[in-house]
Design a protein around this ligand. Structure first.
Ligand code: HEM
Length: 76
């Protein structure tokens, strides 16, 4: 569950759809903890700008959850 310190497996990975995963393999693997951790700053930027996913921005609550995951140390 999304507590104070969300975790990748429980809270973040389920946010990425099959389509997101497939569309982004050219850059990174959204279903990989290591990849999402490594590219987290750019991913957060795109989510906040509403540019990704390409077919419609995330609700603010989801973007905030991702941001909280980054700021609390990217727990697995
Ligand atoms: C939550 C889901 C997604 C996230 C977090 C995401 C994140 C990103 C990021 C961070 C980049 C920049 C990559 C780089 O420059 O290295 C990018 C680029 C791109 N993404 Fe996504 N993406 C998502 C879903 C999608 C979907 C669903 C599509 C289209 C079907 C898509 C199409 C593209 C394309 C074409 C680019 C390259 C052009 C550009 O930089 O705007 N992405 N994405």
């Amino acid at each position: 569950m999304a507590g104070d310190a969300p975790g990748y497996a429980a809270d973040i990975k389920p946010l990425f759809r099959e389509k997101d995963h497939r569309s982004m393999t050219f850059a990174f693997d959204l279903w990989s903890y290591d990849d999402v951790s490594e590219h987290a700053d750019r991913i957060l930027e795109r989510l906040q700008e509403g540019e990704m996913p390409c077919d419609g921005e995330w609700p603010a609550s989801q973007v905030e959850l991702f941001e909280r995951w980054v700021k609390t140390g990217k727990n697995p």
